[in-house]
Design a protein around this ligand. Structure first.
Ligand code: PLP
Length: 221
């Protein structure tokens, strides 16, 4: 079932869009089933769960941290995490840089933007994200790599509202890319991580190239 779901979604999306299978709350057996179907990129929203699955499962899996990250937990994932999607403060980015340095490893990150007015969502406003990239504190970091942006649409059935928010996220990406280009740091900035089970098709129409899909693969939580 899990393997078939993955293959079906991969058939539906362009080859240029990367599928992150969101395995949060699901057992290692579920991840293993997706792995056996050939999938290698998984997302978790909690550090402890990500670390225990990392330890239990094959080492060629790419682990993506997609949920809110506390600074005191960065050290547990810095040695191996493939991409941190949820960078939402300078303090967090500085901590990731520090832990990257300790591990002699440049850690790939996305800046999380919040274009909704929902209080439940983390992330920078467009203005805040741009200010961060222009700050001297950011320019001093050398063990983080900004690979793009991540975001979510509002929890609504209104497809035109969702499409508008995804378009705003794409606009954030363009602004991030432009600023990094001015600093000579944009070579790896190409990821637009938005779209989940309910809205990944809409997201791809608005130029997402990384979708994070959980329940459509693993079933409801
Ligand atoms: C849970 C989660 C997803 C996947 O949600 P589904 O609706 O199950 O596809 C994607 N992104 C983040 C940040 C999540 O926490």
């Amino acid at each position: 079932m899990i393997g078939a779901n993955i293959l079906k979604i991969k058939e539906q999306i362009p080859a240029s869009v990367q599928l992150i299978a969101v395995s949060k709350t699901k057992p290692v057996e579920a991840v293993q089933a997706a792995y056996d179907a050939g999938h290698r990129a998984f997302g978790e929203n909690k550090v402890q769960e990500l670390v225990s699955k990392y330890e239990a499962l094959p080492k060629d899996i790419e682990w993506h941290l997609i949920g809110h990250l506390q600074t005191n937990k960065v050290k547990y994932i810095a040695p191996f995490v493939h991409l941190i999607h949820s960078v939402d403060s300078l303090k967090l980015l500085e901590t990731i840089d520090k832990e990257g340095r300790k591990n002699n490893r440049i850690v790939s990150c996305l800046l999380q933007f919040d274009v909704t007015n929902e209080e439940t969502k983390f992330g920078f406003t467009p203005h805040e994200g741009i200010a961060l990239l222009n700050s001297d504190a950011f320019k001093a970091l050398s063990f983080v790599r900004i690979c793009g942006i991540m975001g979510m649409a509002s929890n609504t059935q209104d497809e035109s509202k969702i499409a508008l928010e995804f378009a705003q996220l794409h606009d954030c990406f363009n602004q991030v890319k432009t600023i990094l280009n001015e600093q000579g740091k944009d070579a790896d900035c190409m990821i637009r991580s938005y779209g989940m089970s309910g809205d990944y098709q809409l997201a791809i129409k608005q130029q997402s190239n990384m979708v994070r899909v959980g329940s459509a693969i693993f079933g409801s939580r």
